[in-house]
Design a protein around this ligand. Sequence first.
Ligand code: UDP
Length: 254
Amino acid sequence: MARRRQVYEGKAKILFEGPEPGTLVQYFKDDATAFNNQKKGTITGKGVLNNRISEYLMTRLNEIGVPTHFIRRLNMREQLVREVEIVPLEVVVRNVAAGSLATRLGIQEGTRLPRSIIEYYYKNDQLGDPMVSEEHITCFGWASTQDLDDMVSLALRVNDFLTGLFLGVGITLVDFKLEFGRLWENEDMRIVLADEISPDNCRLWDLKTGEKMDKDRFRKDLGKVEEGYQEVARRLGILPEAGVRDMKGPETVQ
Ligand code: UDP
């Protein structure tokens, strides 16, 4: 196969030019980073699992009418997506106190929030993704008020749906990060869900034991990181049958 042009390389994914104009191929790596790149590592099989988990969740969301950039999975590590103009914001939704919320405000990790909270972070590695308000976002033109309205309503729908979906398999959706993109169709622009939804950007705790099944296992050196991701896939009923170790190479599936 001819070498494809690489469009972008991030910490956990690479984007290549897609087969048709307006499409991209999203390749999932096993690389993991945390604390604004200060901690680096590899989680064997993570890319395969995240590709599969994100495919599953984006497909379920598409089915309930949440627009996403996802088109289809191509092989074990790649998926075809629509090319969008990424809004330079990380939209975090929280249901239970954890991570930076718990640290910054001194709230006991695990405290259920009286209502879901949405936070925005400006995507800028050099600045360490600072938290920003709607005022900053509209003032500096990162998104319009209409874009924000669309992102908030989509984020809340995603939260409601995924909370229920994970609850059904014995997992608490503690918090997660979403990214959105602008999709242009002729003169019209729509805000759609982009990036990925996986244990890399969600906090997922076992409902009964509170055990962490997400990237916090890596961040906090809890061990059994791959196993945590695998358990999420297993509960969702999508663990690759032969196991991820047998499925590292890109093999085209229909
Ligand atoms: N998150 C992410 N990418 C980031 C920062 C956070 O995917 O660059 C996710 C993280 O996995 C968690 C949620 O967003 O599910 C909230 O993260 P938090 O603000 O608590 O920051 P952290 O503790 O990860 O530094």
